[in-house]
Design a protein around this ligand. Sequence first.
Ligand SMILES: Cc1cc2nc3c(=O)[nH]c(=O)nc-3n(C[C@H](O)[C@H](O)[C@H](O)COP(=O)(O)OP(=O)(O)OC[C@H]3O[C@@H](n4cnc5c(N)ncnc54)[C@H](O)[C@@H]3O)c2cc1C
Length: 402
Amino acid sequence: MNLETPKKFRGLVNQAHQVAENYFRPISRKYDKAEHAYPKELDLLAALLDGMNAGSPDAIGATSASKRGAAQEQQEGVRNGGNLSALLGVMELCWGDVGLLLAMPRQGLGNAAIAAVANDQQLERFAGTWAAMAITEPGCGSDSAAIRTTAVKDGDHYVLNGEKIFVTSGARADAVVVWATLDKGLGRAAIKSFVVEHGTPGMSVTRLEKKLGIKASDTASISFSDCRVPAANLLGNPQIDVQKGFAGVMETFDNTRPLVAGMAVGVAKASLDRTRELLRKVCTLDYRKPLLAVSHAEATLYRLEAEWEAARLLTLKAAWMADNKLPNSKEASIAKAKAGRVANEVTLKCVELAGALGYGEDELLEKWARDSKILDIFEGTQQIQLLIVARRLLGKSSSELK
Ligand SMILES: Cc1cc2nc3c(=O)[nH]c(=O)nc-3n(C[C@H](O)[C@H](O)[C@H](O)COP(=O)(O)OP(=O)(O)OC[C@H]3O[C@@H](n4cnc5c(N)ncnc54)[C@H](O)[C@@H]3O)c2cc1C
């Protein structure tokens, strides 16, 4: 594995950084203060991103995070593809602002879900659709197998009933990818995902959350009451494969967890960069000096930087494996667990290192500490990622190790 950014992605990374610096940062505080206000500045930006991505096999953004296409490239040797380019873009954009990235039209986690499991026809039909992802329910968070939302086949439709909570971009997106069970009695294997477009009768947004951080991003509760969805909107295979179990919908996480880890890497880098600038005003930051010969603040910064680098490399590896069609569920969870924890620690420690300055609103350090918390919670909490890694390492099933 070559640890440098592939040459073909350097332009994309540079553009994403410019966007983060010149578009996101100037409006960061404004939308932190105006929770639930839609950042209208993002419309133009999303259109620009669509333009940049059009016709590019290695685009930035959620839709390019897919294992699709990796197979035929495999014969040509090691591939750096859509997962890596999406990840590198996400890291840069979250150096700008995590909440604004999450609020970007057509860059929802539902888009990554569609990219990961949709068939070719569905990919074409849902191209350009902004999709949120709805798994969590009032009685089901970490244990996604406990989903109670039902989907019952009725002619050429499925009828959905249930309630979803904490749906990122759930109110603003064009559609929501909803996880529902075809048969509660068959457990995990019967859980499928459905694209439900806003405006479909029976679907309604019932609540918007007020949150600690990522306030630029809306988080909605959505109810489904006899909501009829075309059968063609079921993503992937409609058959219930008890052997494969949960694998179908779970494949989504192999692509999305590295992206969330990338968000954590991005916001942690923002905190480290700013703290380094502030510390340089009062200490030399001479990296050649042994750790015992520098101040506590310098030593802390160096340790945080090392943790950050480890998180970054693990995250790159997970995405790179997806590009090369290597099974990466364990590595996706390792990356998410490490990067989520590191981002929480780094951003909060940076508030501490910057003292009163770090705690005030003149700096964005306190905001980044609040924004980073969610990255260790959604797409599977810290504890759940560690559980998944333990299961993989020990060869245990989810019923054997809970
Ligand atoms: C701002 C925000 C945005 C979100 N966006 C989305 C979204 O777009 N789509 C979506 O579907 N969901 C979303 N979520 C929901 C999120 O994925 C869940 O909150 C998360 O999966 C945890 O579920 P829970 O809150 O029910 O906690 P619980 O599952 O009740 O867990 C509570 C605590 O117990 C721990 N725990 C649970 N089980 C175990 C175990 N077996 N071993 C050890 N510890 C355990 C957890 O780690 C956690 O610390 C969002 C949440 C928030 C706050």
